[in-house]
Design a binder for this molecule. Structure first.
Ligand code: 4AD
Ligand code: MG
Length: 430
């Protein structure tokens, strides 16, 4: 008898198959019992009749608790009334383990309790849907760059230097030397871009974020393309094409999961180029008009991002922030030297920044001066400055945080549900 997964059941109507999974729910009605079984790929209703199983085994089913593991054999039937449209007419059942009372119930639990039981909470249908969408997003990210000839080159996790400011570094001991967990692969991707033309890195990044917000994790995944010879406008187009592609792939492949989450997909269907582009100065004016107290020169916080992103029906690109509030490596606008040639992409519906990036300084004198101004250890940046010595060219890139994109696409109000095991200010367990 073929062992199959529930997601492929439509191909097996009328055939005898084996399903291996866990019990979600059981309901008895006289001589018949209905089990809802999940196997990781979907849920299936299994129908068991006393006549087939025999009095004794049938009675034993009463012991079956939620999350008990079992193996079922039977015939697949198409049944419009059943969840998913199919059911299994069981001929044989093998119990693998009777589960202890399962702590995570369908009833409402507090967030603290759920996070404490994250390893079990992952089995719930909502979490399952979110994480399948996460997988689809990651696959789409890779496919987008792979299809366009970008080379995936992983960057190190242990680094001797800071990329995104020194205030959020996680420090660790590296055989007696000081090392940090990477905040971004960007600096190394600039080296690989000079070697391979167009590249991307994709890995975990770390920031000792002391703030408790719905957008910040201390460990998150970032996909970062970097392109030699590209300038800021090209990056905006790349970001726009990239996001549209990713959303499009999820809409194509994960409709069921989006429905489980009751996501309004019409909002996602609008994610198509061109995205509105506004300057930082225009954004400030817009915020002030809305009554926000922000002043020119201030950075945006969560509230400002939310306000701005509510103004548009698709992602919006905010560009040319003051250099003074941006990272040391950012190229400045030749026409307005106090502004950086940078961009942030804000997701709509109040989600805020999902992409940050821009053009990098390629002149060695300028970059050296910037490293000194930011009081960064020059010695650790020797290799980075080398890139400006040997065939230096304008180049640009960006980084997109996976968890924020998952939160937006799934319509979640917090990033903690977007990664299997979130790491936040107060959470290192499980
Ligand atoms: O804007 P950021 O800091 O940009 C960089 O790190 C650049 N070096 C990237 C590059 O140009 N290659 O971070 C990029 C993105 C943000 O837009 C956000 O989506 C995500 O990373 N991000 C976080 N996500 C979750 N938790 C945090 N603490 C995050 N910090 C940044
Ligand atoms: Mg940023």
């Amino acid at each position: 008898m073929t062992t199959i997964y529930i997601e492929e059941i439509a191909r097996f109507v009328g055939q005898d198959v084996t399903i291996r999974g866990w019990l979600r729910n059981r309901r008895a009605s006289g001589k018949v019992q209905f089990l809802i079984v999940r196997d990781g790929t979907g849920d299936l209703q299994a129908v068991i009749s006393k006549g087939v199983l025999g009095e004794e085994q049938f009675a034993q089913l009463a012991k079956l608790t939620q999350e008990s593991s079992l193996i079922l054999a039977g015939r697949v039937r198409s049944d419009a009334r059943a969840h998913g449209g199919f059911e299994l007419e069981v001929s044989r059942i093998e119990l693998v383990q009777i589960a202890e009372p399962f702590p995570v119930q369908a009833k409402e639990h507090g967030v603290g309790f759920l996070m404490e039981h994250r390893h079990l909470w992952l089995r719930s249908s909502r979490q399952h849907a979110v994480l399948r969408i996460r997988h689809e997003i990651i696959r789409a990210c890779r496919n987008f760059f792979d299809e366009r000839g970008f080379i995936l080159l992983d960057t190190p996790i242990f680094t001797p230097n800071a990329c995104e400011g020194t205030t959020t570094l996680f420090q660790t001991d590296y055989f007696g030397e000081r090392a940090y967990l990477t905040q971004s692969g960007q600096l190394y991707s600039e080296a690989t871009a000079a070697a391979f033309g167009k590249v991307y890195c994709f890995g975990p990044t770390f920031r000792a974020e002391k703030s408790k917000t719905r957008r910040h994790l201390t460990e998150f995944w970032m996909v970062e393309p970097e392109v030699a010879f590209a300038e800021l406008p090209e990056m905006m187009e790349l970001a726009e094409a990239f996001l549209s592609y990713v959303v499009g792939r999820v809409l194509e492949a994960r409709r069921t999961e989006l429905a489980t989450l009751e996501r309004d997909v019409s909002k996602l269907e609008r994610v198509k180029p061109p995205f509105p582009r506004i300057t930082y100065e225009e954004a400030i004016a817009l915020l002030q008009k809305k009554g926000n107290p922000i002043q020119p020169g201030d950075d945006f916080g969560g509230d400002e991002e939310t306000m701005l992103s509510n103004e548009f029906d698709r992602p919006a690109i905010v560009h040319r922030y003051p250099s003074s509030i941006k990272a040391f490596y950012m190229q400045n606008d030749p026409e307005r030297p106090e502004l950086a040639l940078c961009m942030d992409v804000l997701a709509p519906e109040g989600y805020g920044e999902i992409i940050g990036g821009g053009q990098r300084i390629h002149e060695i004198e300028k970059l050296t001066a910037r490293i000194q101004e930011h009081k960064l250890p020059e010695e650790e940046f020797r290799w980075y400055l080398d890139l400006r010595r040997y065939g230096s060219v304008p180049h640009s890139g960006f980084g997109m945080g996976i968890e924020r994109v998952v939160a937006w696409i799934c319509g979640l109000d917090h990033v903690r549900e977007t990664i299997p095991f979130p790491r936040t200010l107060y959470r290192l367990y499980p």
